[in-house]
Design a protein around this ligand. Structure first.
Ligand SMILES: [Zn+2]
Ligand SMILES: [Zn+2]
Length: 124
């Protein structure tokens, strides 16, 4: 099953990221995956995917349609340290990530984890 990148008008390809099959646009490097798959990628970490954090509309943020359901996706904030704005489809729980956003989310978890480790070490 492959989807169409709404941005480039090209077919997305199935690639494996941390053992999880995700859709990748080879042109703009955008990623489309389900919320569940994002959770699998984050499996060993604390997962927080806020569903009801409304994001003030900014001029730079473009409304995006879900490549699966053709409905407008909702902007949610994800990641604790460096907040990343992601597009979320309430219909299929699909998540659209622009180039670098997955890495950015992962980075924020790693930073949070390192900080926790440092705080623990302080009390030893
Ligand atoms: Zn694309
Ligand atoms: Zn959808």
């Amino acid at each position: 099953m492959s989807f169409h990148c709404k941005r480039c008008d090209t077919d997305m390809q199935t690639v494996f990221y941390e053992g999880v099959a995700i859709q990748l646009c080879m042109t703009c490097k955008s990623i489309f995956l389900s919320k569940k798959k994002l959770e699998i990628i984050k499996d060993s970490r604390e997962i927080e995917i806020p569903e009801d954090t409304p994001i003030p509309r900014r001029g730079l943020e473009i409304q995006r349609d879900c490549p699966k359901c053709e409905v407008v996706m909702k902007k949610i904030r994800h990641g604790r340290i460096r907040s990343t704005m992601i597009d979320y489809c309430e219909t299929c729980t699909g998540i659209w990530l622009d180039k670098g956003e997955l890495a950015s989310i992962q980075f924020s978890y790693e930073v949070a984890e390192n900080n926790r480790f440092r705080n623990q070490a302080k009390h030893l």
